[in-house]
Design a protein around this ligand. Structure first.
Ligand code: SF4
Length: 335
């Protein structure tokens, strides 16, 4: 029988984002370009680091995806914490997520498309206050034309959501939920789930919004990896296998769903353990290989990447001497 997640108990309530939400990426996310100066390349005196480099201690879906895409990219983001410039697409995604989340503050009957659109300017103001570096995106747009177009695109994405889901019939159990669980091996998994719905029967649906387009069917498995990661964390925390994983693609107007079984979560756990072992080995040896793909076009770090004639910054962690297995308390000059 199909589970209904719509019209769930009105008193289920939603949760405001917690301070922990911010902490999810605080440990292992690239620093904003406007504020971070760690490991800056080029001549002149070395800039003061934002914080001392640390070996990775946990894994999120984004960073796991980074390592699978390119180990060197993972290193730049997690260990070197090289600054990254905000992009229009990623910032629009953050803005749209904020609008969808805040819309659930309104009573169910008022969760309309015009109301959601009206939230866009205010949420943009809030985003600029909390992350001043995003204001740079439109620093060369004195007339505000590009900004107006960009905000219009955000409004269209928000509007499209109403063709895919009806928020007046939803009462999320959680929004922007920070989750963290430790596996038996000691590996800590963490992440932020956009929305958790709980049906009156107790069945759980995990929902993630994407502002891009749905992947072609042959790439759907990659897209579901993040959702299975979250499902594994929920299973470890609550001993409940989520009934449904749902990706809502606002860019193309598609919804991708998957109903996981326990074997899926066990499989993703094995995959994450193997991934973590590879990360641990690279951390100890300092051997982070670049893996060039067409995604390099979106990489912020070509100037540091040997594949593009660049040189990585000095490796900031102790490295293991390969032939003895010991750990040398020195620093590698470069990869
Ligand atoms: S440019 Fe490509 S190969 Fe180099 S670090 Fe970035 S993603 Fe990896």
């Amino acid at each position: 029988m199909e589970t209904s997640f719509e019209d769930v108990a009105e008193d289920a309530g939603g949760s405001a984002p917690s301070a922990a939400t911010v902490a999810d990426d605080a440990e292992a996310a690239p620093a904003p370009a406007a504020t971070a100066t760690a490991a800056a390349p080029g001549p002149g005196p070395a800039a003061a680091p934002v914080s001392a480099a640390k070996a990775p201690a946990s894994l999120s879906p984004s960073r796991a995806g980074d390592f699978m895409q390119c180990p060197l990219l993972y290193r730049f983001r997690v260990i070197d914490r090289l600054p990254e410039k905000p992009s229009e697409a990623a910032t629009r995604g953050t803005l749209v997520h904020a609008v969808l989340e805040r819309l659930f503050d309104a009573p169910a009957a008022e969760r309309t498309a015009p109301r959601a659109r009206s939230l866009v300017p205010g949420q943009w103001d809030r985003l600029r206050e909390s992350r001043p570096e995003v204001g740079e995106l439109f620093a060369d747009d004195p007339e505000g034309e590009r900004l107006a177009r960009w905000l219009g695109e955000a409004e269209r994405l928000v509007e499209r959501w109403f063709t895919l889901e009806d928020p007046s019939r939803l009462e999320p159990a959680e929004r922007e939920l920070f989750v963290e669980a430790e596996l038996d091996s000691g590996l800590r998994l963490r992440g932020i789930i956009d929305r958790v719905d709980v049906a009156p029967t107790g069945e759980v649906r995990i929902v993630d919004y994407k502002t891009g387009k749905a992947p072609r069917p042959q790439y759907a498995e990659g897209a579901l990896f993040q959702m299975k990661f979250y499902a594994l964390v929920v299973w470890r925390l609550k001993k409940v296998v989520p009934r449904r994983l749902q990706l809502v693609y606002l860019g193309s107007g598609d919804v991708l769903t998957y109903d996981p079984v326990l074997a899926d979560l066990e499989r993703v756990e094995r995959k994450l353990l193997a991934l973590w072992e590879a990360i641990r080995l690279a951390t100890e040896t300092g051997d982070w290989q670049p893996r060039p793909t067409k995604l390099c076009g979106w990489c912020n770090h070509q100037a540091h990447c040997p594949e593009f004639g660049g040189t990585p910054p000095p490796y900031p962690l102790p490295v293991r001497v390969a032939d003895t297995g010991g750990v040398e308390q020195g620093r590698m000059a470069a990869d």
